[in-house]
Design a protein around this ligand. Structure first.
Ligand SMILES: Cc1cc2nc3c(=O)[nH]c(=O)nc-3n(C[C@H](O)[C@H](O)[C@H](O)COP(=O)(O)OP(=O)(O)OC[C@H]3O[C@@H](n4cnc5c(N)ncnc54)[C@H](O)[C@@H]3O)c2cc1C
Ligand code: SF4
Length: 549
């Protein structure tokens, strides 16, 4: 439906453009843009009157008037087509995927969930995934944050994904260019979607047996139900994208072969390797690495972790390791992190407030300002973790430069398992050695585009879409690119009426109680009810149409 609206909107804009070509300003009037319409009419009339007064053949004054007016005439054409541009609200500016937040919130307010979903999918083809797991930087910046609390933007997205219906078009006319996408995380899936939408023949190569990347093998199902993930992946790929799973590029197929067989290649391998620690005892039995540990748990494999688990790390991945350990049967789980538990400190834990709150509710103890000194073993197995006091994590310039106090007394923590969750790094050993990474996802090799790993799903989605745009540009002539740019426009969903903003508290998010949720991997959060979603949507101030920035 929204696609239809977009088509109609383009038609109306073209009509306004044509009318203003012959009658400057009148095209704007047909679009009820009285101010700018009368402005261009007035300028045209005054220019003609002035020309009549000074006309004595092609004098310098006439030529100057002619040039000046021509520039205004071009401006009039652009204005007639492009229309007004509203500023981006703080939520949208913070969104790495550039989703039109007030637009979809307004559609939800009108009860048009499917259109809201379509609007989100113009920028992000995984709305349900984002609804469940997005770290929501938009909410931190929302104008309501300083009042009663941010609009629950992520939950509204989830509501649209659960209640709305969405199907992606299968383009009938295919372009002859073939594009390979290596990696099927959110970046690869998003790139594949937008390229398929434009009619390219897309093939995804994925080393795992199923698509999804970290969405499937990293993020546990208590945060992202697999039904939603499967639904959204199926929507992107079915009849649109060729999928080759269980194929590791560099091992099963050499990269050179992919480069030879395709006109362009997008490499989106994420950060697949766990960082390790140079620590005494690191090779003992019972030491696990976060990504491998979570992957096994997400596959439903048995991971023998014992009763006492220590997780080293203070980020969201460490929190997931701690929560997963509880669900696998551990009785005592502790997190040891260099950063402090004091969330107001600049040296605070990197995990989000929501994750810290949840993991503590579930009974995990967070031991901040501590680093690992050594792992103590017995009979080749982990027995305990010896710790060291961390006095500072970042230096004055904000660089990671931890300092330790060797003398301070610190606990020795008993453990059956220790999970190292101190970060991830990419594995791009399959790429040719001479490749260099340039701006805009380009590389020094023709037709090769690279999407680096992202800290959050929304960022990966934004990057995947931009990489697809770059591939599309790569196949187009400079003139075509220029025209595309010139005739692009934004579809604004304007609120029918802007009432006075009333104070209103955000809805209370419903979750399983901690004692219940640690029993298994069922999803913790529940979507908003219809009424809650409606009230929440009404809380949005519709900043682009209310404030001028
Ligand atoms: C445990 C965990 C929890 C997280 N929680 C959140 C969260 O709550 N919210 C959030 O926003 N973000 C979260 N993230 C971050 C988020 O998952 C990543 O930002 C995102 O997945 C990055 O997407 P990507 O497509 O770049 O990479 P990935 O998702 O890593 O996908 C890359 C894909 O490429 C494949 N691949 C790599 N090399 C090859 C090869 N040679 N051949 C074929 N295939 C290959 C991999 O198998 C993988 O499927 C979490 C990450 C982890 C690890
Ligand atoms: S009030 Fe609405 S438009 Fe304004 S920042 Fe919050 S969500 Fe965005």
């Amino acid at each position: 439906m929204l696609k239809e609206k977009l088509k109609k909107e383009r038609k109306r804009r073209l009509i306004a453009f044509c009318v203003s070509f012959f009658l400057p300003g009148v095209g704007q009037l047909t679009r009820k843009r009285i101010g700018s319409g009368f402005f261009f009419i007035l300028v045209t009339v005054l220019s003609l009157l002035f020309l009549k007064r000074i006309w004595k053949g092609w004098s310098p004054a006439v030529i100057s008037l002619f040039i000046g007016y021509s520039l205004l005439w071009v401006l009039n054409l652009l204005d007639a087509y492009k229309g007004p541009v509203y500023h981006k609200p703080p939520c949208r500016r913070a969104c790495p995927a550039d989703i039109d937040v007030p637009g979809y919130i307004e559609l939800i307010r009108r009860g048009r969930y499917s259109e809201a979903l379509e609007l989100i999918a113009l920028k992000a083809p995984l709305p349900g995934v984002l609804g469940y797991v997005c770290l929501a930087p938009c909410e931190e910046k929302c104008s309501r944050t300083g009042m009663e609390g941010s609009v629950l933007i992520r939950h509204l997205k989830l509501k649209a994904a659960v209640k709305g219906e969405l199907a992606f078009e299968v383009p009938q006319q295919k372009k002859h260019h073939r594009v390979a996408v290596i990696g099927s995380g959110p970046a690869g899936l998003t790139a594949a979607h937008y390229l398929a939408e434009k009619g390219y023949k897309v093939t995804i190569f994925e080393r795992q047996e199923k698509l999804g990347g970290m969405l499937r093998y990293g993020i546990p199902s208590y945060r992202l139900p697999r039904e939603m993930l499967d639904l959204e992946i199926d929507r992107i790929t079915r009849d649109r994208v060729e999928v080759k799973t269980g194929v590791k590029i560099g091992e099963d197929i050499p990269f050179s072969e992919v480069e030879k067989d395709f006109d362009a290649v997008i490499v989106a391998p994420g950060d697949a390797l766990s960082r390790t620690l140079n620590l005494e005892g690191i090779d003992l039995k019972g030491v696990h690495y976060a990504l491998e540990f979570l992957e096994k748990a997400n596959r439903g494999e048995k991971v023998p972790i014992g009763e006492k688990v220590v997780v080293i790390g203070g980020g969201n991945v460490a929190v997931d390791c701690a929560k997963t350990s509880l669900r696998l049967g551990a009785r005592s789980v502790k997190m040891v992190a260099l950063e402090t538990r004091d969330l107001s400190s600049p040296d605070r834990l990197p995990a989000s407030d929501r994750e810290i709150e949840e993991v503590e509710e579930e009974g995990v103890e967070i031991l901040g300002s501590l680093g690992p000194r050594k792992i103590i073993g017995e009979n080749g197995r982990v027995k305990a973790l010896e710790t060291i006091k961390c006095t500072r994590v970042y230096d004055e310039k904000g660089r990671f430069a931890p300092q330790f106090d060797d003398k301070a007394e610190t606990p020795v923590i008993e453990a059956d398992s220790i999970i190292i969750a101190i970060g991830q790094k990419p594995d791009i050993s399959f790429l040719p050695e001479d490749v260099r990474f340039l701006k805009n996802f380009r590389t020094t090799r023709k037709g090769l585009f690279f999407v680096p790993g992202s800290l959050m799903v929304a960022e990966a989605v934004g990057r995947g879409r931009k990489a697809a745009e770059q591939v599309d540009r790569y196949f187009k002539s400079p003139l075509r690119r220029f025209l595309d740019q010139l005739f692009s426009f934004e579809l604004y969903i304007k609120p029918a009426r802007l009432g006075r903003p009333e104070p209103a508290d955000p809805a209370a998010v419903r979750k399983e109680i901690p004692e219940e949720r640690i029993k298994d991997f069922r999803t913790i959060e529940k979507p908003l009810s219809d009424e809650e979603a409606m009230n929440e949507a009404r809380r949005c101030l519709q900043c682009p149409f209310r404030f001028r920035v």
